[in-house]
Design a protein around this ligand. Structure first.
Ligand SMILES: NC(=O)c1ccc[n+]([C@@H]2O[C@H](COP(=O)([O-])OP(=O)(O)OC[C@H]3O[C@@H](n4cnc5c(N)ncnc54)[C@H](OP(=O)(O)O)[C@@H]3O)[C@@H](O)[C@H]2O)c1
Length: 299
C-alpha cells in the first residue's frame, strides 16, 4: 500500500543527486553508490535556471534524499550575472526544499564560507552573523534562508575552497600554470581551509548514515578540512607534494597581498570555519587539509 512517504519498508531509499557533473556531485555519485537507488541529474536533465520545472521531475522520482550539489559557482562572474546566480543559488534551492518537505524527504544543500565578511579573528561558528562581501555570497546566503524558511528535514553544509580531481579548481589551475610558467605570484592574505570534494562527499555520506540512526538537529553545519592556510600556503603545499611524487621542476612562488591581484568580487580575509558542531552532532572529524590534498594528488 502506498504510504505517501518517500521511504517504504524493505525498499532501498531513492536518492537524487542534483548537479551530478560538478566537483562535489561527481564524488557524491561515488560515495552514495551503495546507499540506495541513486539517480544523478546533470544540467541537461534538470536546469536550475528554471526552478519550477524541477517539481514534476521530483514528484515522479519521489526521492527520500535530495543532494543538491548544483550551484552558480563563478564567484567573479556573479558580480555581473546577479539574476542568474540568484535564481540558481536561491530560487532553485527553495523549490528543492519545498518538494523535499512535500515528500518528507531530506535535503542536503551546500553553502559557502563566503557568507561571512572575514572580519572575525577566530574560526566562524554557525551562529555567527553572515555578512557577504560579494554577489555569490549574497545569493548563497539567500539560498540558505530560503531552505530555512521552508523548514523540514534539511542539512546545509557550508564548505570552503573546494578542489578535487575533476572540474575547475585551484589545484588543477596551479598544476597547469606550474607547467607553463617559471614564476607564480599567489595571494597570501586570505585565510581558509582547502577542502576536497572527496572529503565533502564522504562526510555527507557519513552524516546521512547517521540520520538513519539518530534524528539530528536539522540546520546549518560547517564542513571543512581541519587546519588553515592561505592561497600561497596551499600552492606551496601543492607543488611540494607534486615534486615529491614526480620529481618535476616546480615554479618559484612569490606571496602577494590581495591588493596586487584585483578581482571583480571581494573575498573575505578570514573564512576559516569551525567544525565543532559537525563533530558533536554527527561524530564526524575531518582530516587536515594537507592529508586530504595528498589523497587527491595520489589519485
Ligand atoms: N568551489 C568552491 O570553491 C566552493 C566553495 C564553497 C562552497 N561551495 C559550494 O559547494 C557546492 C558544490 O560546488 P562545486 O565546487 O562542486 O561546484 P562546481 O564544480 O562548479 O559544480 C557546480 C555544478 O552545478 C551545475 N550547475 C550550474 N548551473 C546549473 C543549472 N542552471 N542547472 C543545473 N545545474 C547547474 C554545474 O553544471 P555544469 O557542469 O553543466 O556547469 C555543475 O555540475 C556548491 O553549492 C558551491 O556553492 C563551493
Amino acid at each position: 500500500m502506498a504510504t505517501g512517504r518517500a521511504i517504504h519498508v524493505n525498499q532501498k531509499p531513492v536518492i537524487l543527486i542534483v548537479g551530478a557533473s560538478g566537483q562535489v556531485g561527481t564524488e557524491l555519485q561515488r560515495s552514495f553508490a551503495d546507499a540506495g537507488d541513486v539517480t544523478a541529474w546533470e544540467r541537461s536533465v534538470a536546469d536550475l535556471f528554471h526552478p519550477e520545472t524541477l517539481r514534476s521531475l521530483i514528484r515522479q522520482l519521489r526521492p527520500a534524499l535530495i543532494l543538491n550539489a548544483a550551484a552558480y559557482t563563478a564567484v567573479d562572474r556573479a558580480e555581473s550575472e546577479v539574476d542568474q546566480a540568484m535564481t540558481i543559488n536561491a530560487d532553485a534551492p527553495r523549490v528543492l526544499a519545498e518538494e523535499a518537505a512535500r515528500l518528507d524527504a531530506t535535503l542536503v544543500h551546500y553553502s559557502t564560507d563566503y557568507v561571512f565578511d572575514g572580519s572575525k579573528k577566530s574560526p566562524w561558528v554557525e551562529n555567527d552573523k553572515p555578512n557577504p562581501l560579494n554577489v555569490y555570497g549574497r545569493t548563497k546566503l539567500a539560498g540558505e534562508r530560503a531552505i530555512q524558511e521552508v523548514g523540514g528535514k534539511y542539512l546545509i553544509f557550508r564548505t570552503s575552497w573546494v578542489y578535487g580531481p575533476h572540474g575547475q579548481n585551484f589545484l588543477r589551475t596551479m598544476l597547469r600554470l606550474g607547467r607553463e610558467r617559471d614564476q607564480l605570484k599567489i595571494v597570501n592574505d586570505q585565510f581558509g581551509a582547502p577542502t576536497s570534494s572527496l572529503v565533502i562527499a564522504n562526510a555527507t555520506r557519513a552524516a546521512w548514515d547517521k540520520t538513519l540512526t539518530i534524528t539530528p538537529e536539522y540546520g546549518v553545519y560547517h564542513l571543512t578540512c581541519a587546519g588553515e592556510t592561505t592561497w600561497y600556503g596551499f600552492a606551496q603545499e601543492i607543488f611540494t607534494q607534486h615534486q615529491k611524487r614526480t620529481g618535476e621542476k616546480i615554479p618559484q612562488l612569490t606571496p602577494i597581498p590581495s591588493s596586487e591581484y584585483p578581482t571583480p568580487a571581494t573575498r573575505p580575509v578570514n573564512s576559516v570555519l569551525s567544525n565543532e558542531k559537525l563533530q558533536s552532532t554527527f561524530g564526524i572529524t575531518l582530516p587536515d587539509w594537507r592529508l586530504a590534498l595528498a589523497k587527491v594528488m595520489g589519485k
